[in-house]
Design a protein around this ligand. Structure first.
Ligand code: UD1
Ligand code: UDP
Length: 369
């Protein structure tokens, strides 16, 4: 019997990425533990994803919650150290680029427990993004690096990561999408929010768009103007909610402000949308696979494959309405080929590499003979 695998998740995107890896390892009967840090804790930011994605209830919820970067990361480090000492895993698996990811990788590395990073090697080359700081550090700490797109392999090589540790496995977020695709019903989602047949979906939560009042005002202005062309469903992440409202984004003709949505309802809306306007990492990928035009309100993306092989386009606030009009006029690239290996099999590929690695390193379950 090989050693225990401990997964650390804490935020909405982590749940979507971890679900297929946990499921694939479960299918092999492997001993695994799921730790929720509690970075996201609202019903609609956390619990609903466990139910909808078939994730097992976490073995522990550390309840770390919100705070400044330093406070939150410090609380995560302390809580995770106790948990890893108590659970004695052979390997810790971390997902994406959030503070929970960095804290888990750092604690594990200091305890001498190998780390596997799912979604390694993405780079926006913008160190003002907290996620870019987290990604770079986690990739230096990881023993196994699972990569979702080919350019990530080059980024890691340039940062001195041993290529033998890097595995191009595809995208587990797309495994989750393809698993639940038949439940994404645009008509049901549209009816629930009284949307017309043609509508767009908006998500905004990056600090660069919502924390600075000037940026929030520019985003609110651009979206209000865009809503003159197309009804917009705007499920608001708690981070942007107050800032965007203060900046003047309001329930008005054409703007439908919503609570954060559960995964199935959200993807139902996205699947039926004429266009999606976002600054989310995951949503850039999901729209690419669903073939829905995506306008990303950012100056950089760590996911360029969604531009070269998908439906994504980066726009500044002032470019949003002209870009939207082009989309509505049908001026978008026809049938992009889609990124390589985004085929719904990333979870099993990751599980295979993990189990082979554990066999090679002959780790045993604590207490086993
Ligand atoms: C975090 C990630 C970001 C990711 C996003 C996904 C970091 C540095 N950032 O950003 O990369 O894109 O999650 O959604 O880890 N809040 C609630 N309820 C919750 C959770 C948060 O009200 O369940 C509010 C709190 O006021 C909190 C704020 O949202 O202060 C920000 O939450 P936090 O987890 O610190 O960062 P996110 O902006 O969610
Ligand atoms: N999502 C959701 N409901 C919402 C918004 C997002 O279910 O109202 C899902 C969607 O699958 C998305 C994922 O949550 O890809 C992560 O979203 P978020 O934008 O918060 O994180 P990021 O990918 O930017 O880190």
């Amino acid at each position: 019997m090989n050693g225990r695998v401990l997964h650390v998740v804490g935020t909405r995107p982590n749940f979507v990425k971890a679900a297929p890896v946990v499921a694939a390892l479960r299918a092999t009967g492997h001993d695994q533990v799921l730790v929720h840090t509690g970075q996201h804790y609202d019903e609609r930011m956390s619990h609903i994803f466990f139910r909808e994605l078939g994730l097992p209830a976490p073995d522990t919820d550390l309840g770390v919650g919100s705070g400044s970067h330093a406070r939150q990361t410090a609380d995560l480090l302390v809580a995770l150290e106790g948990e890893l000492l108590a659970r004695a895993p052979a390997l810790v698996v971390v997902y994406g680029d959030v503070n929970s990811t960095l804290a888990a990788a750092l604690v594990a590395a200091k305890l001498g427990i190998p780390v596997a990073h799912v979604e390694a090697g993405l780079r926006s080359f913008d160190m003002a993004m907290p996620e870019e700081v987290n990604r770079r550090l986690v990739d230096q700490l990881a023993e196994l690096l699972f990569v979702t797109s080919p350019e990530a392999v080059g980024h890691l090589a340039r940062e001195g990561v041993d290529p033998g540790r890097v595995h191009f496995v595809g995208n587990p977020m797309i495994d989750t999408l393809l698993t639940h695709l038949e439940h994404f019903d645009p008509a049901v989602a549209r009816a629930a929010h009284a949307l017309p047949e043609r509508y767009g979906v908006v998500t905004l939560h990056r600090p660069a768009n919502v924390d600075d009042p000037e940026a929030a005002a520019a985003a609110a202005r651009a979206l209000t103007e865009a809503a003159g062309h197309l009804d917009l469903a705007v499920p608001l992440h708690p981070r942007g909610r107050e800032a965007l409202r203060r900046a003047g984004l309001a329930d008005a003709p054409g703007i439908h402000l919503l609570e954060p949505l559960g995964y199935v309802e959200f993807m139902g809306l996205v699947r039926g949308a004429a266009v999606v306007i976002t600054d989310s990492g995951g949503v850039q990928e999901e729209t690419t696979v669903l073939g829905v035009p995506c306008l990303t309100l950012r100056t950089t993306t760590e996911r360029p494959v969604t531009v070269t092989h998908g439906t994504n386009r980066l726009v500044r606030h002032g470019e949003l309405v002209p870009a939207l009009r082009k989309v509505l006029d049908g001026q978008t690239a026809a049938d992009p080929e889609g990124p390589p290996l985004w085929d719904g099999k990333a979870g099993p590929r990751i599980a295979r590499v993990l189990t082979e690695w554990l066999e090679r390193h002959d780790h045993r379950v604590a207490g086993a003979p």
